[in-house]
Design a binder for this molecule. Structure first.
Ligand SMILES: C[S@@+](CC[C@H](N)C(=O)[O-])C[C@H]1O[C@@H](n2cnc3c(N)ncnc32)[C@H](O)[C@@H]1O
Length: 196
C-alpha cells in the first residue's frame, strides 16, 4: 500500500462530519476550513491530506497531534498507527478539549486520546519521544521544543511563518536538534500556534 492509499483509507474510515459541530455538518464536503467555535477551525481536508502524506505515519508508531481541535486529525492519525501504536492529541482551548476528546472517544480508536495542552510548554515533553509530530497551527520560527520531542529519525510536519515544513531529526551521531533536516512544501494559512 502506498502512503496515499493509507491516507485515503484513513479518510474513508473517519468521515469529517462526525467531528463538526451540528451547525457546520452541512458543509462537511466543502474543501475549506470550518468553524468549530472559540475562533478555531477544523482544518481544510486537502491540507490535512497533504500533511498526512508528508508525515508518512506507519503502523505501530507513537504520534503527537499538536492543536487537535475537533479531534479529526487525532482519529485520522490513529487509523494510520493502528492499535499497535498510539496517538496523543493536545489542545489549548478548554472547551475544545471537551468537544474533541468526546469526538475521539466515539471514533472507535481507543489507542488515541485528546488532552489539555500542558501550561507553558509546547507538545507533551513528559511523554516524549514521538516517532511523528503533526502541528495544525502556525508557528513563528521552528519550534525547537517540539524537535526535541522527536525520536532520532522522527518526522514533524509543521506550518512555520506561512510555509509547510517537514523536519527530520537526525540519528546518532548526527542527532543535534540544530542539525535536523528541514524541507519546504508550499504555502499554507493556519490559526496561530499559541506559545509557539
Ligand atoms: C486548525 S485548528 C484545529 C485543527 C484540528 N487538527 C482539526 O482538524 O480540528 C488548530 C488548533 O490548535 C490549537 N492550538 C493553538 N496553539 C496550541 C498549543 N500551543 N497547543 C495545543 N493546541 C494549540 C487551537 O486552539 C486550535 O484548536
Amino acid at each position: 500500500m502506498t502512503v496515499r492509499d493509507r491516507v485515503d483509507a484513513a479518510f474513508a474510515a473517519q468521515p469529517r462530519t462526525r467531528f463538526l459541530p451540528e451547525g457546520a455538518r452541512y458543509a462537511a464536503d466543502v474543501d475549506a476550513p470550518l468553524q468549530i467555535g472559540y475562533g478555531q477551525t477544523n482544518s481544510q481536508p486537502r491540507t490535512v491530506h497533504d500533511m498526512l502524506m508528508l508525515l508518512d505515519v506507519r503502523r505501530g508508531m507513537r504520534v503527537l497531534d499538536v492543536g487537535a481541535g475537533s479531534g479529526w486529525t487525532t482519529a485520522l492519525l490513529a487509523e494510520l498507527t493502528g492499535p499497535e501504536g498510539s496517538v496523543l492529541g493536545t489542545e489549548i482551548v478548554p472547551e475544545l478539549v471537551e468537544f474533541g476528546a468526546g469526538n475521539v472517544a466515539g471514533a472507535g480508536v481507543p489507542w488515541a486520546r485528546l488532552v489539555s495542552a500542558v501550561p507553558r510548554a509546547l507538545g507533551a515533553p513528559d511523554e516524549a519521544p514521538f516517532d511523528r509530530i503533526l502541528v495544525s497551527a502556525m508557528a513563528h520560527g521552528l519550534p525547537r521544543e517540539l524537535v526535541e520531542q522527536l525520536s532520532p529519525g522522527g518526522v514533524m510536519v509543521v506550518p512555520v511563518d506561512g510555509t509547510m515544513l517537514r523536519v527530520v531529526r537526525g540519528v546518532p551521531p548526527v542527532d543535534a536538534v540544530a542539525e535536523a533536516e528541514v524541507t519546504e512544501h508550499g504555502e499554507y494559512r493556519f490559526v496561530p500556534l499559541l506559545g509557539g
